[in-house]
Design a protein around this ligand. Structure first.
Ligand code: UDX
Length: 438
C-alpha cells in the first residue's frame, strides 16, 4: 500500500520506517527541513536503539522517503497523523497547533476518497472535530474518512513496540475502513497481535487513560515511599511483595524519582483539562494528586542531598549521574534528573552531570551545569553523588574507585538502582528514596 506519515518525531519517524519494513511504500512529511534531510540520509535525529538500522534498510529498499512538501502525499491510500501534542505554555491543556496545521495542509492534497488515521495522543473529541475539518476543507469532501489508531510505543523500545505491539486499537466511523487498516497491519495480524475495533472517542480515551493509569501506578508506589520514609520501612521490598500479586503486577511499580518525559506528565494534565471542559473534572481530580506526589519526589531528592552536605549547597560540589528522563533515551523533556540538578545548582552548588546519551540535549537546556565525559570523571572532588537516571552502566562502577575520587563518601540513589551493601561496604553513606538509612 502507499502510505503517508505526517510528523517525523519519535512516533512518526518510527512508524514510517516500520511501515516500510512491512512492505508498504511510505512518504514521511515534516515541516522541519533539517529533520527531513537527516532522515533522508539515514540519520535518526534522536537516540532510539534499533531505529537507525530499520531506517537505513528501508531507505535503501526505495520504499521510504521523507519530504517537507505536502504535495508528495497526494497519491497515498492512507495518511497517518503523527504530530506532537505538547502541553500549552501556561495551561494544563494540550496545544493542538501542530494537529490543526497538519490537518489543513493534508486536506489541501486530498482530491480523491481516502482514509486519514490519527495516531497522535489527543484530547477526546479531537478526532471528531478533525473529521469535520477534513471534509470541509478537502476537495474530496465527504469522500474523506477518519480512523483513530493510538500508539502505545515507549521511547527506547519504539521499533519493537511498533512491530510487535500488545494490541492494535482502531476507532472507526465506517465499518469498511476496518478492511483498509487490516491490510496495513496484515503482517502483525498474521502474528496474532490482538485487534480491537471501537468508536473514535473510545480509541482516543484508551491512550490517555492508559497513560493516566501508568502514572497513577508510579505515584502510588512513590506515595508508599513517603510512608516508608516516615516509618523506617523499605519501599523496594514492599514493591517486590506487592508485585508478586498477579492482580497488581510488578511493572511500573518502581519507586524512585518518578515519571517525566514528553508523554506521561503532559498527558495527565491534558486529560484533567479535558475532563474540566466536559464537566467531569471530579472524575480526574485524583490525577492532580498523582502529579503532586510525582513532583514531591524531586524535592525529596534535593532535600536529601542538601542534608548530606550539611544544610547548604553553597561551595559544595555535587555529582549527578543521569540527565535523560529514563535510561535508553536522550530525551530530556520534563526530565526529573535535570530538574533536580538545576534546583541544586540554583541553591549554590557546582553541579557536574554525566549521561551516556543525553548530554547534548541537556547542555542546550541547562548550559550552566558542568558536564563530564564519564561517570567517574563526574564524581571527581564531589561532596555527594546523586544517581538520577538508572543507566545500567552506573551499576557497574566500583564504589571503591568512585570513593577514592570524592571529597566526601555520600551517595543518594534516587532510582534505587545501586546495591546498597557494596556502596556501604566501600565506606559510603548510602540513601535510597523510600529506604531506611541503614
Ligand atoms: C510512555 C508510555 O509507557 C507509552 O505507552 C506511551 O506511548 C508514551 O508514554 P515513555 O514516555 O517512553 O512511554 O516512558 P515510560 O517507559 O513509560 O516511562 C515513563 C517515566 O516513568 C520515566 O521517567 C520512568 O523513569 C518512570 N518510571 C517508569 C518510574 O518512575 N517507575 C516505574 O516503575 C516505571
Amino acid at each position: 500500500m502507499r502510505l503517508s506519515v505526517i510528523g517525523t518525531g519519535y512516533l512518526g519517524a518510527t512508524h514510517a520506517a516500520c511501515m516500510a519494513s512491512l512492505g508498504h511504500e511510505v512518504i514521511g512529511v515534516d515541516t522541519d527541513a533539517q529533520k527531513v534531510t537527516m532522515l533522508n540520509s539515514g540519520v535518526v535525529p534522536f537516540f532510539e536503539p534499533g531505529l537507525p538500522e530499520v531506517l537505513q534498510e528501508q531507505l535503501a529498499s526505495g520504499r521510504l522517503r521523507f519530504d517537507t512538501d505536502f504535495a508528495g502525499v497526494a497519491d497515498a491510500d492512507v495518511h497517518f497523523i503523527c504530530v506532537g501534542t505538547p502541553q500549552k505554555p501556561s495551561a494544563y491543556g494540550a496545544d493542538l497547533t501542530q494537529v490543526w496545521a497538519a490537518t489543513d495542509a493534508l486536506a489541501a492534497q486530498l482530491s480523491r476518497p481516502t482514509l486519514v488515521v490519527g495516531k497522535s495522543t489527543v484530547p477526546v473529541g479531537t478526532a471528531d472535530a478533525m473529521l469535520h475539518r477534513l471534509r470541509q476543507n478537502a476537495p474530496a469532501g465527504a469522500g474523506i474518512d477518519l480512523a483513530w489508531n493510538p500508539e502505545f510505543l515507549r521511547e527506547g523500545h519504539a521499533v519493537q513496540d511498533t512491530l510487535a505491539p500488545d494490541r492494535l486499537v482502531v476507532g472507526l466511523t465506517r465499518p469498511e475502513d476496518e478492511a483498509t487498516l487490516r491490510r496495513v497491519y496484515a503482517d502483525l495480524l498474521d502474528r496474532d497481535v490482538p485487534w480491537l475495533t471501537t468508536d473514535l472517542a473510545t480509541a482516543e480515551l484508551v491512550k490517555v487513560s492508559a497513560n493516566a493509569f501508568l502514572a497513577t501506578k508510579i505515584s502510588f508506589i512513590n506515595a508508599m515511599a513517603e510512608v516508608c520514609e516516615a516509618t523506617g520501612a523499605d519501599v523496594v521490598t514492599l514493591s517486590t511483595a506487592l508485585g508478586m500479586d498477579p492482580r497488581i503486577g510488578n511493572q511500573f511499580l518502581k519507586a524512585g524519582l518518578g515519571f517525566g518525559g514528553g508523554c506521561l506528565p503532559k498527558d495527565i494534565r491534558a486529560f484533567m483539562a479535558r475532563a474540566g471542559e466536559l464537566g467531569v473534572d471530579q472524575a480526574l481530580t485524583f490525577l492532580r494528586e498523582v502529579d503532586e506526589i510525582n513532583l514531591r519526589r524531586r524535592s525529596r531528592a534535593v532535600d536529601l542531598a542538601r542534608e548530606a552536605v550539611g544544610g547548604s549547597f553553597v561551595d559544595q560540589q555535587v555529582a549527578v549521574w543521569g540527565a535523560a528522563f529514563k535510561p535508553n533515551s536522550d530525551d530530556v523533556r520534563d526530565s526529573p534528573a535535570l530538574d533536580v540538578a538545576a534546583a541544586i545548582y540554583t541553591e549554590g552548588a557546582e553541579v557536574t552531570v554525566h549521561d551516556p546519551q543525553a548530554m547534548g540535549n541537556a547542555k542546550k537546556s541547562f548550559p550552566h551545569l558542568f558536564y563530564a565525559s564519564s561517570a567517574i570523571e563526574a564524581v571527581q572532588g564531589a561532596d555527594v553523588l546523586l544517581l538520577l537516571t538508572e543507566w545500567p552502566e552506573y551499576q557497574d562502577v566500583d564504589p571503591h574507585v568512585a570513593g577514592d575520587l570524592m571529597r566526601k563518601l555520600q551517595v543518594i540513589d534516587a532510582r534505587n538502582a545501586l546495591d546498597p551493601h557494596s556502596w556501604r561496604s566501600a565506606g559510603f553513606r548510602y540513601r535510597g528514596l523510600g529506604r531506611p538509612l541503614a
